[in-house]
Design a binder for this molecule. Structure first.
Ligand SMILES: Nc1ncnc2c1ncn2[C@@H]1O[C@H](COP(=O)(O)OP(=O)(O)OP(=O)(O)O)[C@@H](O)[C@H]1O
Length: 670
């Protein structure tokens, strides 16, 4: 054996000894512990890295003695899949400890954020409260009540979006009828009067009260009822009205008063809350709340990847269907999250590029991209067009064509990607300081979007053609017009009726060639390549049709057909064509094609469909539209994207008898 080989062997032996004799555990399951981020009631909370996906997570450790209590938390938490709820990935049971691997929220607790900001602006409060409402609506719709909503149990992710955590006091409820509960739990300062009075209470109504306390804290900078003496706090909760400063707007004041209504019977339901003008006037709309769906393409991709590395797919499917929170399920969720984030990023970048010029401000609701539906709702709040159908459906075929042609002809026209990004709802800091506020340290400002410009262009160009999404724009104008808030009734059904989803997709017609087309567009040869060049004089473009989201399935059926025809833009054209991006076709299920893009101002120079045998060829074509009005023509724009590969389309329940060790918890107080 050579000298250096012997040295290497001896070094690795020493490493091994050091590792296995290290009294500090650094690897738990498939996670490597990095640092301690906090201390929970039952043990330390660690920042850790999932070794297989390199994803940061938190590992909450508890001793085995707390297993029964933890079981409730795990039972509720693992069912919940929402962008504003922390995700529980995996539960690891070691000999003496149990670890919960959960989504990491680098911006910590909302409590600390509110403390730093003193008071939040109405806009920021609205954004955070809206996300909270979305999460609570989802939670209640899943037959679950939280019962310990407070600033300390709400976390902020890297984009400062809300994530509700800590489901230790959650319980099932029948959301179709009101279930009375009797276990006193929660935190005194956030507890509803009926709980403080020791009466039976409805979990949903108690959550709404806590929401009111949270809103108050965000806007006023302190809790509405919070004294050093607990019994004084309780007295105030039961008997006193909260002091609402003059600076609070009438809408916010009205909502606060309703949320903090002493009589639970008159407290609004979560559906009524989200229809309140406080949200509507700040551009949050009922119709922007979407069901959480995971794109099946992302799921398929992850499943295939796991299969490739030798994972037993039956076992994986079992873990997924039973939400077992075991190693496979954790791995699955983390990969899926990555995949979904990638997809959403592409869509996001797309919007950044194509909503421009007049900078319509929009945001993707509800927030974080984690495990979110591929259907993305875009809110454009700059619509000056009061005619909903017009603002939604554009200005007709004539304009559509001429707009497109003018882009093609005008090589000096600004490329969408070179323009500024739209303005986003960024956190703005308040100049108001609340004297004597309890939660006040210093005022920090942040701009979570400050780095948005610049780097997206390239990313977008690299990724767009593999994007598989139908982005569903919303017509705010219509919703605003149709949603009337009445004092007693929130007019929700009316708002709900107005879901203006519109998607645009090319119609692919196999072997149907429109002979009237410009020769440049049509290849006589039925096998590709077919090249579209210098088509600036042609009136003919690939045929597009508008469909709403319910029609997606029918469009789906035509997705595998090959683009062979370029016919007129259909009379129903409801979108303005911005650009067409193509990628090389792939054959069979082999490796993915390399995207081949053409920026809009060079589109006329080469736009290709190329490939081999038509029956076995997939053409990736992404059409980019501006709905309502085109770039340089009208201010409102929401973009749509299509890729032909895939669409992205009381009775009393027995109360658990346990108490928390937490000194912050109500059960300790009694
Ligand atoms: N998902 C997370 N991301 C980042 N930090 C977290 C996360 N969850 C918990 N922490 C950190 O760990 C600390 C303790 O966590 P947590 O409050 O959830 O524990 P707990 O046992 O539920 O405590 P309590 O019952 O007192 O609320 C938090 O204050 C926070 O700093």
């Amino acid at each position: 054996m050579k000298k250096n080989e012997r040295a290497n062997l001896s070094a690795s032996y020493n490493d091994l000894i050091a590792n296995i004799t290290n009294p500090r555990t650094t690897i738990i399951g498939t996670y490597r512990i990095e640092s301690v981020v906090g201390e929970g009631s039952f043990g330390k909370v660690y920042l850790a890295v999932h070794l297989l996906t390199n994803t940061k997570v938190v590992l909450k450790s508890s001793c085995r003695k707390q297993a029964v209590i933890l079981a409730r938390e795990i039972h509720h938490h693992r069912r919940l899949l929402h962008p504003n709820i922390t995700r529980l990935y995996e539960v690891i049971c070691a000999e003496d400890r149990i670890y919960l691997a959960m989504e990491y929220c680098p911006n910590g607790e909302l409590y600390d954020y509110v403390s730093r900001q003193v008071v939040l602006t109405e806009k920021m409060t609205c954004k955070l409260l809206w996300q909270l409402c979305c999460a609570i609506k989802y939670l209640h719709s899943q037959g679950c009540v939280h019962r310990d909503l407070k600033l300390e149990n709400i976390f902020l992710d890297k984009n400062f979006d809300i994530k509700i955590g800590d489901f230790g006091f959650s319980r099932d409820t029948d959301c179709s009828r009101r279930t009375f509960m009797s276990t006193r739990c929660g935190t005194v300062a956030y507890s509803a009067p009926e709980i403080v009075l020791g009466q039976k209470y409805i979990g949903e109504c108690a959550d709404i009260w806590s929401l009111g306390v949270i809103m108050y804290a965000m806007m006023v900078g302190r809790l509405p009822f919070d004294e050093d003496d607990t019994s004084l706090t309780e007295h105030k909760i039961i008997n006193e009205q909260p002091f609402i400063p003059e600076t609070i707007s009438p809408n916010a004041r009205d909502l606060l008063i309703r949320l903090l209504c002493k009589d639970y019977r008159f407290r609004p339901s979560i559906d009524q809350i989200i229809s309140h003008p406080f949200f509507r006037d700040n551009n949050c709309h009922v119709s922007s709340i979407k069901d959480v769906k995971i794109s099946t393409k992302a799921e398929d991709k992850v499943r295939r990847r796991l299969e490739l590395v030798g994972v037993d797919i039956d076992q994986l499917n079992l873990s997924i269907s039973e939400k077992r929170c075991d190693l496979l399920y954790g791995w699955w969720l983390l990969l899926l999250e990555k995949e979904t984030k990638k997809e959403n990023k592409k869509i996001h970048l797309f919007y950044l590029q194509h909503s421009k010029g007049n900078s319509p401000s929009f945001h993707i609701q509800p927030s974080s991209p984690s495990l979110k539906t591929a259907e993305v709702s875009v809110t454009s709040n700059q619509s000056n067009d009061s005619n909903p159908s017009r603002s939604h459906l554009g200005h007709g075929t004539g304009n559509l064509l001429s707009t497109f042609k003018s882009w093609l002809l005008d090589s000096k026209s600004k490329h969408p990607s070179r323009t500024t990004s739209p303005s986003f709802d960024t956190a703005s800091t308040s100049s108001k300081r609340s004297k004597g506020s309890k939660i006040f340290r210093n005022k920090n400002s942040f701009d979570s979007n400050s780095s948005r410009n610049g780097s997206y262009h390239k990313l977008f160009l690299n990724s767009v053609s593999s994007t598989e999404a139908i982005a569903v724009p919303r017509d705010d104008t219509t919703v605003q017009q149709s949603g009337h808030f009445k004092d007693t009734q929130y007019g929700r059904s009316k708002l709900d009726d107005k879901k203006h989803s519109i998607s645009v997709s090319p119609t692919f017609k196999k072997n149907s060639i429109d002979n009237s087309l410009s020769p440049a567009l049509v290849s006589e040869d039925s096998s590709i390549p077919m090249t579209l060049t210098n088509n600036v004089h042609s009136n003919r473009l690939p045929s597009y049709r508008a469909c709403n989201s319910s029609q997606l399935s029918s469009v789906n059926s035509s997705k595998s057909s090959l683009t062979r025809s370029c016919s007129n833009i259909s009379s129903t054209s409801s979108a303005s064509l911005v650009s067409i991006v193509s990628s090389r076709p792939s054959t069979g299920s082999g490796s993915r094609p390399t995207p081949h893009h053409q920026p809009i101002d060079r589109l006329h120079k080469s736009f290709q469909f190329s490939g081999g045998d038509s029956s076995n060829t997939r053409v990736n074509a992404t059409a980019i539209f501006t709905v309502g009005a085109a770039r340089r023509i009208a201010p409102t724009s929401s973009s749509l994207m299509y890729n032909n590969q895939n669409f992205v389309q009381e009775e009393d329940e027995p109360e658990e008898s346990f108490t928390s060790d937490s000194s912050r918890h109500f059960s300790d107080v009694y």
